[in-house]
Design a protein around this ligand. Structure first.
Ligand code: HEC
Length: 144
């Protein structure tokens, strides 16, 4: 029983990245490209990494991530299941957490930053578990 649960979890973890490899979009030149949503995710991930670095070094935040106003309508990888009820809720939560991060004072950016990462986790738990292991490591954990 325990093994079965483990296998199920493993299958779930692999499901998102597997789909991405199988169903990459092919453009006119025949070059495989990640979906619009996957490209946006890479921008969001790089932005969060840059914020984490800036906060740790006591520097100013980088510019807000480009294109996140289109998060709800960005086209996902073919065959990827997007839940029409919960996805927009998770997306708006991420957008709100980004706004709150930029509204925060310089001295108090860790918890709003961690709230951004929590919003990544919340959506990924139900939509694309593959990157969760990476996302889990993105929170700022050390206390000052
Ligand atoms: C509203 C839901 C949602 C939120 C919020 C969200 N993600 Fe995603 N993420 C997805 C979905 C769905 C995919 C799969 C996209 C596809 O394959 O088209 C994805 C894909 C990814 C990928 C793989 C991209 C690739 O190269 O294929 C990474 C990495 C990622 N997300 C990281 C993050 C990080 C970091 C955050 C927060 C800063 C975040 N995500 C916030 C839903 C979300």
């Amino acid at each position: 029983m325990k093994h079965l649960t483990l296998l199920l979890i493993l299958g779930l973890l692999l499901s998102c990245s597997e789909t991405q490899k199988r169903d990459l979009l092919v453009d006119d030149s025949g070059i495989k490209a990640p979906s619009e949503l996957a490209q946006l995710m890479r921008v969001m991930e790089a932005h969060a990494d840059a914020c984490r670095q800036a906060i740790r070094n006591g520097e100013g935040l980088p510019d807000a991530p480009m294109g996140i106003e289109g998060l709800i309508t960005a086209i996902p990888t073919m065959g990827m299941h997007i839940d029409q009820q919960s996805f927009p809720v998770f997306a708006r939560d991420y957008q709100a957490k980004i706004e709150a991060l930029y509204a925060a004072q310089d001295m108090d950016r860790e918890s709003p930053y961690n709230a951004v990462i929590q919003s990544c986790t919340n959506c990924h738990l139900s939509h694309c578990p593959g990157p969760l292991m990476k996302i889990n490591k993105m929170s700022i954990t050390e206390s000052r």
